[in-house]
Design a protein around this ligand. Structure first.
Ligand code: HEM
Length: 570
């Protein structure tokens, strides 16, 4: 589970934050700008191409509940596949029973009489609404965002962060912080610099794989978590967590562990958070009064993590006092140079960016690597592109140069692989919003004040009414023509509207660079059975593979006498 990589509901849209939620206009020359626009990543309403027949309800009709059997099936989906599974089940399977292409369902909260004060998070809702029409999703996430501005966040967050930081805050505080933290992740110059960091970091991990004397079995989840922690550490505050180097030592059979109090603190915090993630606030407080170890560990590890970062901030303040850099080197520089925030204010944001950007990107990359391994035709097409764009000779070199910004621009196939991965395996599958007032959705269904509306990237991405043969991994869906013909809200792995992910462009960019760097000189194979070609995943709040056996792959250095160039069609 991504301890910090949690979704949040919206709030009123400040101008700058709204602009940040619309990547194409903000950074036209970013290699991802065109693709981002084509897929409608929170972008402006494009021509809606909704599939399937619609049966509009009378204006303001309350969404129905599935039949008794349907409710049982829904319960089964909840037990088997968790909340994301329920959103897909209600959107796709119960759609047949409803007779509408995009049904909307509502489950009233029978326990509401107890009063919200006794409950936390989604349990405090008057009802739970599951829309599936991308027009409804656009309405809630973007067009009527002020009505759906209350965020849902697990109480453990409120408990440790006290309503501060990017993720746990709301209102004016959040707007101010979001604007400042979005800047380095959306400006072209800064993104370009971050692309160098991501390319060099990924090249280092690729080198470790290539020189491991393979074939060697790698734990993709572990290696990708380490790689992304190194990358986000460097772009957030130029800190080298040293995780890629540690992976190399392990692959070479060395056991020496480099001491790092910050790595330990980050890991301890992640583990402590995972133990109490869905515990309601009153229970957390009661457990604290009872001095229960799990809660005490959470508080202690939060304190340790901030404690380990304080000296880094102090050192940076001194450095800047001696002479400010011409250009911010990272998020921390950017915040120090443009705000007068105190250490706590800075720390909370930097920690949130670390958490939100680390495991989400890692699990996306694990799923992408597995998907490429499980689909040799995709691997061949990707390899052809990598040879054409980066050069076969460079790819076969023991230590190839890092991929440049200009080369990144031409890695269309790699970008499509990442997008197809995000469609099938969105790291944050559901982004719920609370309704402040009664409302009527574009589909004609009504929403009551106090309802939680579950917007689901997972259900949108796997809905057969929106995607042909959705359970097939086919990156070509993201060729520009196909993407333009699609509803712009059919693909929302980064959420949408004023609380959309601030790291979307960086995440896609760094994942593409990592995939290309790792596979330009290494072959990858699935370990065991590839099954149907769909990777089993589990979700709590974010995607993980803990109980599905992880993501293992066999990598071997690509042989110099391997097949010659194959035609490049990307
Ligand atoms: C593949 C990787 C990633 C995925 C799938 C992802 C997805 C998401 C989603 C779905 C949300 C909630 C959006 C909403 O409610 O509308 C979110 C929020 C957020 N993400 Fe990401 N994210 C990724 C990587 C990153 C990275 C690299 C960063 C940092 C640079 C980041 C920083 C954030 C922050 C700070 C928020 C909270 C924004 C707010 O509450 O205002 N994410 N992300």
């Amino acid at each position: 589970m991504g301890a910090l990589g949690v979704p949040g509901a919206g709030k009123g849209a400040p101008a700058a934050a709204t602009a940040a939620a619309q990547p194409p206009a903000a950074a036209p020359a970013c290699p991802f700008a065109r693709l981002a626009g084509a897929a409608g990543l929170g972008g402006p309403a494009a021509g809606a191409a909704s599939a399937g027949p619609r049966r509009a309800p009378a204006e303001g009709a309350a969404p129905g509940r599935p039949s008794a059997r349907g409710q049982l099936r829904t319960l089964g989906a909840l037990v088997a596949d968790g909340l994301p599974g329920v959103t897909l089940h209600l959107a796709a399977e119960e759609a047949a029973a409803d007779g509408a292409a995009f049904p909307c369902w509502r489950f009233p909260n029978a326990a509401q009489e107890l009063g919200p004060k006794y409950m936390g998070g989604v349990a405090a809702a008057t009802g739970w609404v599951f829309p599936s029409d991308p027009d409804d999703v656009r309405w809630v996430a973007q067009e009527q965002a002020p009505n759906y501005k209350e965020r849902f966040l697990p109480d453990a967050y409120e408990y440790v962060a006290g309503g501060k930081g990017l993720l746990a805050s709301s209102g004016e505080y959040n707007q101010r912080h979001r604007v400042k933290c979005t800047q380095p992740f959306s400006q072209k110059g800064q993104l370009r610099k971050f692309s160098e960091v991501a390319a060099e970091g990924s090249a280092a991990m690729a080198r470790e794989w290539r020189t491991a004397g393979g074939p060697v079995e790698v734990d993709c989840c572990l290696h990708m978590q380490r790689l992304t922690l190194d990358l986000i550490g460097r772009v957030a505050f130029s800190y080298d967590f040293g995780q890629t180097a540690a992976t190399g030592r392990e692959l070479r059979g060395e056991t020496r562990k480099a001491p790092s109090s910050l790595v330990d603190a980050v890991n301890e915090f992640g583990e402590a958070m995972a133990r109490v993630f869905i515990t309601p606030l009153p229970v957390l407080r009661a457990l604290e009064r009872a001095r229960w170890g799990g809660v005490l560990d959470l508080k202690a590890s939060w304190g340790n993590m901030k404690g380990a970062m304080r000296p880094i901030i102090a050192e940076r303040r001194e450095e800047i006092a001696r002479g400010a850099p011409e250009q911010p080197r990272d998020l921390l520089d950017s915040l120090l140079l443009t705000t007068d925030w105190g250490d706590n204010e800075l720390l909370e944001d930097v920690v949130d960016v670390l958490g939100a950007g680390h495991e989400t990107t890692a699990s996306t990359l694990s799923a992408a690597l597995w998907s490429v391994a499980a689909h040799p035709e995709v691997q061949a097409e990707l390899r052809a592109e990598l040879d054409a764009v980066l050069g076969r000779e460079a790819n076969l070199a023991a230590d190839p140069p890092a991929i440049t910004w200009e080369q990144l621009e031409d890695l269309h196939c790699a970008k499509r692989v990442i997008r197809e991965t995000l469609r099938l395996y969105p790291a944050i599958p559901v982004f719920p919003r609370f309704a402040r007032k009664d409302d009527v959705l574009p589909s004609g269904h009504s929403v009551q004040k106090g309802d939680v509306v579950f917007l689901s990237a997972y259900a949108l991405g796997r809905n057969p009414a929106l995607w042909d043969d959705p359970l097939t991994f086919r990156p070509d869906r993201f060729r520009a023509e196909a993407a333009e013909a699609r509803h712009p809200f059919a693909f929302l792995p980064f959420g949408a509207g004023p609380r959309m992910c601030i790291g979307a462009q960086f995440a896609e960019m760094s994942a593409t660079l990592a995939l290309a760097s790792l596979l330009r000189g290494n072959d990858i194979e699935v370990v065991g059975d590839r099954g149907s070609g769909i990777l089993p995943v589990e979700y709590d709040i974010t995607m993980h593979f803990n109980r599905t056996g992880g993501v293992k792959a066999r990598v071997s250095p690509r042989a110099a006498d391997a097949e010659g160039p194959v035609p490049h069609t990307c």
